[in-house]
Ligand binder design. Sequence first.
Ligand code: FAD
Ligand code: 2HG
Ligand code: ZN
Length: 496
Amino acid sequence: RHASTLPQRSDRFNKLTKSHIGELRKLVGSSSSILSTLDGSATEDDLKTYNNDWMNKYHGKSQVVARPRSTEEVSKIMTWCYENDIAVVPQGGNTGLVGGSNPIHDELIISLSSLNSVRSFDPVSGVLVADAGMVLESADGYLAEKGFIYPLDLGAKGSCQIGGCVATNAGGLRLLRYGSLHGSVLGLEVVLPDGKIWNGLSTLRKDNTGFDLKQLFIGSEGSIGIITGISILCPRRSSSTNVAVFSLSSYEDVQKVFSETKTHLGEILSAFEFFDAASYALVRRMQKHHGEEPKKVFEQEGDFYVLIETSGSNAEHDEEKLTNFVEHLMTSEMVLDGVLAQDTTQAHSLWSLRELITEACTKLGAAFKYDLSTAPGEMYDLVEQMRARLTEKGLLKGDWEGDVGAVVGFGHMGDGNLHLNIVAKQFSEKIQDVIEPFVYEMVKEKGGSISAEHGLGSMKAPYIGYTKSETSIEMMKQIKQMFDPKGLMNPYKYIV
Ligand code: FAD
Ligand code: 2HG
Ligand code: ZN
């Protein structure tokens, strides 16, 4: 979808006026809960952080941001929006990567950032109940003090909210260990588009009484309601964590090492991530760009890298297992070189080789991001085919000599999830037309998904048909119609 071909503003929605702002203010307890350029309580600059996305790729034109402080306030605002036909965009930490969290036109932004407390924690069951606007890292920090861990972790943890993560069904770095949010979320509290509060905040692990309604909201990207509370099952925090990174010479070896890792480390494995040489070079390029001289990590660099993390309860046992495994990999020549973290600082610095790739893609250029899933064995073909196409079209040449500087492939190997990023010198429709729909066609041919974990947002809404059948899309439209008959929630996105 080009920025210039985004859908026109729909006349179904009323335009917000200064008098509306007065009405909104009466619904909320604190005057700082409503920010608007219409009554001078905010400048356009103040609203930029809400209107623009993390990549600075999607730009909305909203004049009003509401920051309710309780579920009741969210409900009052939604009831008012429903009565006045005001379109709404729910916003969490605004770290989404598909243009879902920003308005397209002048929709009212409802930010959950002021709804950020723990409601309860049960140390026996490990069930945390918290407000949706809690920042993921804060929720995990709270649990760490009690010896538990939030069952989701991702590079944006310092800003993304637990509600935003549920709304996108974020996968992250440890899905292979803790599973998807469809399994760990036990209940939700949601404000529906007409303002009604649905209290589905169950803390039960088992409950087979009818449809499991919460599942509809996990991954619904703000299209059918605003998540205000979450009940989630949190595992015990492992007392011993180890990290190792290896360089390898081929993607075939990445797969072999993955298989071997599951055989030898299965019960303590908590992450298996991979990245290619282009991703590694990009992170090092960013470090140089920041004036740092990157330290040498490997004696022998490779075409591919894998990061393996183990988490268990017996440090001596886990370390012995991992050390033996490293030796096994080195002697069997499946890897070129390997580094085993000796302390927490080194573990963080090894993790940063993987976690900094997203930032590097955006800092060093304009990143066209594709978040794809296929069978793990076929994943890397997508990167190679994309490089071949961009080279053939004259866009990718030499070392940052073409309009496209780098094509990088990395991701969650254990989940069959590839992140393909095309880092261009700037966003251009010409480059996008070479990439799309080619990229979606490649994925369809392999029976894969055009969005493994980031969602559809505004970026992929028109392309859902590459992964979902007509019947699936029809059922989704019926669900949307049932919850949101006026189409007020996050319009122009998701299901269009
Ligand atoms: P936002 O970006 O604010 O919103 C995302 C969507 O959810 C929007 O459609 C919005 O309308 C909706 N929404 C937000 N809050 C609510 C709510 N309370 N109720 C209803 N709808 C709501 N994703 C992964 O899956 N795995 C990763 O490993 C990963 N790593 C990332 C690393 C970085 C550096 C960055 C920038 C992003 C990464 N992401 C990853 C993208 C991911 O989607 C988000 O980080 C996260 O899930 C979004 O949370 P958020 O609070 O920022 O939501
Ligand atoms: C990750 O796994 C995120 O790091 C972001 O999902 C991926 O930058 C990307 O494309
Ligand atoms: Zn990811």
